[in-house]
Design a protein around this ligand. Structure first.
Ligand code: AMP
Length: 126
Protein backbone atom coordinates (compact mmCIF):
# COMPACT_ATOMS: atom_id res chain seq x y z
CA UNK A 1 0.00 0.00 0.00
CA UNK A 2 1.51 3.36 -0.94
CA UNK A 3 2.02 5.90 1.81
CA UNK A 4 -0.51 8.70 2.16
CA UNK A 5 1.32 11.65 3.69
CA UNK A 6 -0.69 13.75 6.17
CA UNK A 7 0.16 17.38 5.40
CA UNK A 8 -1.31 18.47 8.75
CA UNK A 9 1.28 16.63 10.86
CA UNK A 10 3.27 18.84 13.20
CA UNK A 11 6.58 18.55 11.33
CA UNK A 12 4.91 19.54 8.05
CA UNK A 13 3.69 22.64 9.90
CA UNK A 14 7.23 23.31 11.13
CA UNK A 15 8.53 23.01 7.56
CA UNK A 16 5.89 25.48 6.37
CA UNK A 17 6.93 27.83 9.24
CA UNK A 18 3.41 27.71 10.66
CA UNK A 19 4.83 26.86 14.08
CA UNK A 20 8.25 27.76 15.48
CA UNK A 21 11.19 25.45 16.05
CA UNK A 22 14.60 25.67 17.66
CA UNK A 23 16.74 25.09 14.58
CA UNK A 24 20.14 23.45 14.99
CA UNK A 25 21.07 23.07 11.31
CA UNK A 26 19.37 23.60 7.97
CA UNK A 27 20.28 22.72 4.39
CA UNK A 28 18.37 22.66 1.11
CA UNK A 29 17.07 19.15 1.87
CA UNK A 30 17.16 18.74 5.65
CA UNK A 31 16.11 20.51 8.85
CA UNK A 32 17.35 19.71 12.35
CA UNK A 33 15.79 21.18 15.48
CA UNK A 34 15.64 20.53 19.21
CA UNK A 35 12.99 18.15 20.52
CA UNK A 36 10.31 20.02 22.47
CA UNK A 37 10.35 17.35 25.23
CA UNK A 38 14.00 16.31 25.46
CA UNK A 39 14.76 12.88 26.89
CA UNK A 40 18.50 13.52 27.16
CA UNK A 41 20.70 16.63 27.55
CA UNK A 42 21.04 16.62 23.77
CA UNK A 43 17.88 15.61 21.92
CA UNK A 44 17.78 16.78 18.32
CA UNK A 45 15.39 15.72 15.56
CA UNK A 46 16.62 15.58 11.97
CA UNK A 47 13.97 15.56 9.24
CA UNK A 48 14.04 15.60 5.46
CA UNK A 49 12.22 18.54 3.90
CA UNK A 50 10.57 16.11 1.49
CA UNK A 51 7.31 14.51 2.53
CA UNK A 52 8.42 11.04 3.64
CA UNK A 53 6.55 9.27 6.41
CA UNK A 54 9.26 7.00 7.72
CA UNK A 55 12.62 5.51 6.87
CA UNK A 56 11.48 2.87 4.41
CA UNK A 57 9.41 5.46 2.55
CA UNK A 58 12.50 7.69 2.41
CA UNK A 59 14.85 4.88 1.40
CA UNK A 60 12.52 3.85 -1.43
CA UNK A 61 11.50 7.23 -2.82
CA UNK A 62 13.96 9.95 -1.82
CA UNK A 63 16.54 11.15 -4.31
CA UNK A 64 20.21 10.35 -3.83
CA UNK A 65 20.99 14.00 -2.93
CA UNK A 66 18.26 13.97 -0.27
CA UNK A 67 19.57 10.75 1.26
CA UNK A 68 23.17 11.94 1.13
CA UNK A 69 22.30 15.26 2.73
CA UNK A 70 20.19 13.70 5.50
CA UNK A 71 23.05 11.36 6.38
CA UNK A 72 25.68 14.10 6.27
CA UNK A 73 23.60 16.45 8.43
CA UNK A 74 23.28 13.78 11.13
CA UNK A 75 27.05 13.31 11.05
CA UNK A 76 27.68 17.06 11.11
CA UNK A 77 25.47 17.50 14.16
CA UNK A 78 27.03 14.69 16.19
CA UNK A 79 30.39 16.22 15.36
CA UNK A 80 29.25 19.76 16.20
CA UNK A 81 27.89 18.79 19.62
CA UNK A 82 31.11 16.92 20.39
CA UNK A 83 29.77 13.41 20.90
CA UNK A 84 31.51 11.44 18.14
CA UNK A 85 33.56 8.62 19.71
CA UNK A 86 36.20 8.96 17.00
CA UNK A 87 37.05 12.41 18.33
CA UNK A 88 36.95 11.54 22.01
CA UNK A 89 33.22 12.15 22.41
CA UNK A 90 31.13 10.05 24.74
CA UNK A 91 28.77 8.77 22.07
CA UNK A 92 25.15 9.07 21.13
CA UNK A 93 22.13 7.12 19.90
CA UNK A 94 20.14 7.44 16.68
CA UNK A 95 16.50 6.34 16.68
CA UNK A 96 13.98 6.46 13.84
CA UNK A 97 10.65 5.08 15.04
CA UNK A 98 8.30 3.77 12.33
CA UNK A 99 4.66 2.81 12.47
CA UNK A 100 2.66 1.11 15.17
CA UNK A 101 5.22 -1.25 16.67
CA UNK A 102 7.93 1.42 16.40
CA UNK A 103 5.61 3.74 18.37
CA UNK A 104 5.95 6.60 15.91
CA UNK A 105 3.88 9.60 16.98
CA UNK A 106 4.62 12.07 14.19
CA UNK A 107 4.16 10.63 10.67
CA UNK A 108 7.06 12.49 9.04
CA UNK A 109 10.46 10.74 9.06
CA UNK A 110 12.61 11.99 11.91
CA UNK A 111 15.89 10.74 13.27
CA UNK A 112 16.30 11.32 16.99
CA UNK A 113 19.86 12.17 18.05
CA UNK A 114 20.18 11.50 21.78
CA UNK A 115 23.32 12.25 23.75
CA UNK A 116 24.78 13.87 26.82
CA UNK A 117 24.22 11.09 29.33
CA UNK A 118 24.53 7.32 29.51
CA UNK A 119 21.38 6.19 27.73
CA UNK A 120 20.84 2.73 29.17
CA UNK A 121 19.92 -0.37 27.24
CA UNK A 122 18.62 0.04 23.73
CA UNK A 123 15.04 -0.98 24.54
CA UNK A 124 13.11 -1.67 27.70
CA UNK A 125 13.00 -5.36 28.64
CA UNK A 126 9.47 -6.77 28.64
P1 AMP B 1 8.20 9.84 17.71
O1 AMP B 1 7.49 9.25 18.87
O2 AMP B 1 9.42 9.06 17.29
O3 AMP B 1 7.26 10.11 16.55
O4 AMP B 1 8.78 11.22 18.20
C1 AMP B 1 8.13 12.45 18.03
C2 AMP B 1 8.96 13.49 18.77
O5 AMP B 1 8.55 14.77 18.34
C3 AMP B 1 8.81 13.46 20.29
O6 AMP B 1 10.09 13.25 20.89
C4 AMP B 1 8.23 14.83 20.61
O7 AMP B 1 8.70 15.35 21.83
C5 AMP B 1 8.68 15.64 19.42
N1 AMP B 1 7.87 16.82 19.11
C6 AMP B 1 6.52 16.89 18.99
N2 AMP B 1 6.16 18.14 18.66
C7 AMP B 1 7.29 18.88 18.56
C8 AMP B 1 7.57 20.23 18.23
N3 AMP B 1 6.60 21.11 17.96
N4 AMP B 1 8.86 20.64 18.23
C9 AMP B 1 9.85 19.77 18.52
N5 AMP B 1 9.65 18.47 18.81
C10 AMP B 1 8.39 18.03 18.84
Amino acid sequence: MPYEYDEQNIFAKILRREIPNDTVMETDFTLAFRDIAPQAPEHILVIPKGFYMNYDHFAAEATDPEILDFTRVIGAITHAIGVTPGNGGKGYRLIANAGHDGVQDVPHLHMHILAGRRLGRMIQPI
